[in-house]
Ligand binder design. Sequence first.
Ligand SMILES: CC(C)(COP(=O)(O)OP(=O)(O)OC[C@H]1O[C@@H](n2cnc3c(N)ncnc32)[C@H](O)[C@@H]1OP(=O)(O)O)[C@@H](O)C(=O)NCCC(=O)NCCS
Length: 155
Amino acid sequence: MDIRLLRKNEPLPMDLLLEADPSEELILSYAATGFCYAAEHQGERVGAYILLPLTDTAIEIKNIALETSRRGKGYGKELLNHALSEALRMGYETVEIGTGNSSIGQLALYQKCGFRIAAIDRDFFIRHYPEPIFENGIQCRDMIRLEYKGKGASG
Ligand SMILES: CC(C)(COP(=O)(O)OP(=O)(O)OC[C@H]1O[C@@H](n2cnc3c(N)ncnc32)[C@H](O)[C@@H]1OP(=O)(O)O)[C@@H](O)C(=O)NCCC(=O)NCCS
């Protein structure tokens, strides 16, 4: 898997980005101010994520996603570690990521890669999504915010 930063004039891997969050409007706004990366294999796009600067020192990983057939084989970890190293290389001290309380696999992956739970935005998914969301038999209500602190960051 070859992971690279897309130029602003290249088409976004929208189908993949939508797998992580179904709002095309939000994705377009993240891509306008952030950096979109694509993972490619034999000329096909198989993964994607966006890095969205939040402040001078913090950046968020948005819409990290892999093509369905590639999940569960370690490629997600590779993509996440790539996002982390890009964020730290750009000089950010804190890398943030958010996921739903029902996203058990994602919560495991992020913590295995060094993220720690920093906050909970209660009822985020009730406030922002018109239909109830269920995953792993659990209603997705709360946004779990996680943070990765690079070397030199305080806290
Ligand atoms: C999120 C996503 C990119 C992760 O990719 P992936 O290929 O499934 O992840 P990997 O196989 O690289 O790693 C998953 C890790 O989490 C662990 N994990 C997953 N579910 C787990 C569970 N229930 N308990 C414990 N560990 C679990 C795996 O064991 C693995 O860790 P390991 O390498 O130490 O064994 C992928 O599932 C995806 O595209 N999902 C749809 C889009 C999405 O939901 N994006 C995130 C929005 S917040």
